[in-house]
Design a protein around this ligand. Structure first.
Ligand code: AMP
Length: 230
């Protein structure tokens, strides 16, 4: 199963993507996480990506596609969950090309939807651990000890791109660049399913399970439609 998670920043894709991948033994490729590792590691990619990330803009497609190709090279898992990728039509086309080479289409696309005030609140409450990457939310999933990581004890920080002004820009970029991918995948014949993402982690997890559990009656038809496009 090749699964793509779409939805605005703060909608909970990362949390649900981790749960899905963990439950099923699938590989999760989250480009935001890979970029943050590169930034922390001070690599050439991290140095080039940082200013775009801090401004809430997209990192150029060629850097992202090269990074994903590298991540996929070692992926021989049954399933791959893409989280935060693709984010532009050029990235989606590049992913199709890579997957065509592997004879594995995008099978399913989950679109996480929540009202904008919900995602803004989630982002403004989000804190992460600069040492181990654990993520908390001061409103929804606070750490036991105020502003300290439960795993490693480091002081938690707000991501620089979770500042209110940058959040507004990220949401606008999502609407302009990424939301059109819903129609892109529908045109390509992938099975596109909407998931209501307001609610607790457990509630959304159930809806995701339900969406993934559907046998995909249209999958075979979708495959043959897609074959016609290739
Ligand atoms: P995320 O953690 O997915 O919200 O990503 C954080 C930031 O990393 C984004 O605001 C972008 O600056 C950058 N980023 C992550 N994934 C991509 C992508 N697929 N294309 C371009 N930029 C990305």
């Amino acid at each position: 199963m090749i699964l793509v998670l779409l939805g605005p920043p703060g909608v909970g894709k990362g949390t649900q993507g981790e749960l899905v991948a963990g439950e099923r033994g699938w590989r999760r490729i989250a480009t935001g996480d890979l970029l943050r590792v590169a930034v922390r590691g001070g690599t050439e990619l991290g140095r080039r990506a940082k200013c775009y990330m801090d401004a809430g803009e997209l990192v150029p497609d060629e850097l992202i596609v090269a990074m994903v190709r590298e991540a996929l090279a070692g992926a021989d898992a049954d399933g791959v969950v893409f989280d935060g990728f693709p984010r532009t039509e050029a990235q989606a086309a590049a992913l199709d090309e890579v997957l065509d080479g592997l004879r594995r289409p995008v099978d399913r696309v989950l679109v996480f939807e929540a009202p904008e005030p919900v995602v803004v609140r989630r982002l403004s409450g989000r804190r992460s651990c600069p040492s181990c990457g654990a993520v908390y939310n001061v409103y929804l999933a606070p750490p036991r000890e105020d502003e300290r990581c439960e795993r490693c004890g480091s002081e938690l920080a707000r991501r620089s791109d979770d500042e209110p002004e940058t959040v507004r820009r990220r949401l606008a970029v999502y609407r302009e660049e990424t939301a059109p991918l819903i129609a892109y995948y529908e045109r390509r014949g992938a099975e596109v399913l909407r998931v209501a993402a307001d609610g607790t982690v457990e509630e959304v997890r159930c809806r995701v399970r339900e969406a993934l559990g559907r046998t995909g009656s249209s999958t075979a038809a979708a495959r043959s439609r897609r074959a016609g496009h290739l």
